[in-house]
Design a binder for this molecule. Structure first.
Ligand code: FES
Length: 105
């Protein structure tokens, strides 16, 4: 197989160049398409962007009777819900809501 490439002239390589460029363009376009389809858009648009990963921890004893945690990443009081999910859902057609943790009644 390698012998085939060794025997190509400069003109042959020049003739193959458009095909190579077309293949690279198709591959690059496919990568962009797949990235968009598989989550190329970040969920977190503005919160604590200086952190490499946002993870919060709470002691259950400190939560009190009830805590409402944001799952839409739009709350100004993140990690707590401030109701911003309502505007997000209305604007995007999404259906996200908070996680509510409470003591049994
Ligand atoms: Fe994000 Fe309510 S504000 S779930």
């Amino acid at each position: 197989m390698m012998e085939f490439y060794k025997n190509l002239s400069a003109g042959d390589w020049a003739a193959l160049l458009p095909f190579g460029v077309a293949c690279a363009a198709v591959g690059f376009g496919a990568k962009i398409f797949i990235d968009k389809k598989l989550g190329g858009t970040p969920v977190n648009l503005s919160l604590r962007k200086n952190e490499s990963k946002i993870a919060d921890s709470f002691d259950i004893e400190d939560i009190g009777n009830k805590a409402v945690f944001c799952r839409c990443w739009r709350s100004a009081k993140f990690p707590y819900c401030d109701g911003s999910h309502n505007a997000h859902n209305a604007a995007t057609g999404d259906n996200v809501g908070p996680l509510i943790v409470k003591k049994k009644d």
